[in-house]
Design a protein around this ligand. Structure first.
Ligand code: ASP
Length: 288
């Protein structure tokens, strides 16, 4: 059934390269979207939907997030994730966290159970342990990418993200990543940073993917909201304008963004962006 108030979009990373797993990724995005659509129709809140779908994407092993994460230059798996509730701007994020299966779950617990917005490194890991989050005992058994097997010029961006609007017209956003393959130890990208790789308020919900350093310099996710608020731009022109600005600096990537009304938008300046959304007829669509 077509539904006028709910809306949903997911991404599985923006990149210039086409991989053999692409058909599998699109199939997975379709399944994940179907699950999210059902949750929203049944009345789930946007925050729960973005968390649950991010978990499914993390567990798939098909993206550079969760199970599909690659090692940093020291051979370690350091992950970043964030979740934001547009109804009240509550945020939870983790950065450079090792050893836990679902960084987005830990981020949600930061949002719910701490007075803080972000925990990093050992502090995030200790907190995840105290919250009984699922641990990874042997990273070499768990993660699919075991070494830097791709040439540096093949580096792709495979972060995952979800934005949702529920029956109450509340919006939420989630982003989760293993970051750039072969990144320096301790490097934190845009994905866990509110205003850069994630944002949700009463105007818009945004999740980003691309070269994180450029997304941070452009404060791109918050910039979209600011363009709508101060410049009175439509969602579409605000998101496109923010991507254009980031592109002028030399970065590439894309965003999924959702406003208070209507359909999501997906501006990107990369060759492709794996994404799924609910169209105007209430049907799930997926595309690169
Ligand atoms: N934005 C992510 C980062 O820089 C990478 C990605 O989108 O895949 O960590």
């Amino acid at each position: 059934m077509a539904n006028t108030s709910i809306a949903l979009a997911v991404h599985g990373g923006a990149g210039n390269y086409v991989y053999k797993e692409q058909a599998e990724q699109l199939q997975n995005l379709e399944q994940v979207m179907a699950k999210g659509k059902a949750m929203l129709i049944e009345g789930a809140c946007a925050l729960d939907v973005v968390e649950e779908l991010a978990v499914l994407l993390e567990n798939s092993g098909l993206y550079v997030a969760g199970k599909g994460t690659g090692p940093n230059s020291a051979g370690e798996y350091e992950l970043d994730a964030s979740i934001m509730d547009g109804a009240n701007r509550n945020i939870g994020a983790v950065a450079a966290m090792k050893g836990y299966k679902n960084p987005i779950r830990v981020a949600r617990k930061v949002l719910e159970n701490t007075p803080h917005v972000m925990l990093a490194g050992r502090g995030a890991e200790n907190f995840a342990s105290a919250q009984n989050c699922t641990q990874i005992t042997n990273p070499l058994d768990y993660y699919i990418v075991q070494g830097i097997t791709r040439l540096p010029e093949d580096l792709d961006t495979g972060t995952i993200g979800v934005v949702a609007r529920d029956h109450q017209d509340n919006m939420a956003a989630a982003t989760s990543t293993g970051g750039l393959l072969g990144k320096m130890q301790g490097r934190v990208g845009d994905s866990p940073l509110p205003g850069a790789g994630v944002w949700a308020d009463q105007r818009v919900a945004v999740s980003c993917t691309g070269q994180g350093e450029y997304f941070i310099k452009a404060a791109i996710a918050a910039d979209i909201s600011a363009r709508m608020r101060y410049g009175n731009f439509s969602l579409e022109s605000a998101a496109q304008g923010a991507i254009d600005d980031m592109g002028v600096q030399g970065g590439y990537g894309g965003v999924i963004a959702l406003g208070k009304f209507g359909l999501p938008v997906f501006p990107h300046n990369s060759q492709g962006m794996r994404r799924g959304w609910i169209d105007e007829h209430g049907h799930v669509q997926v595309k690169v």
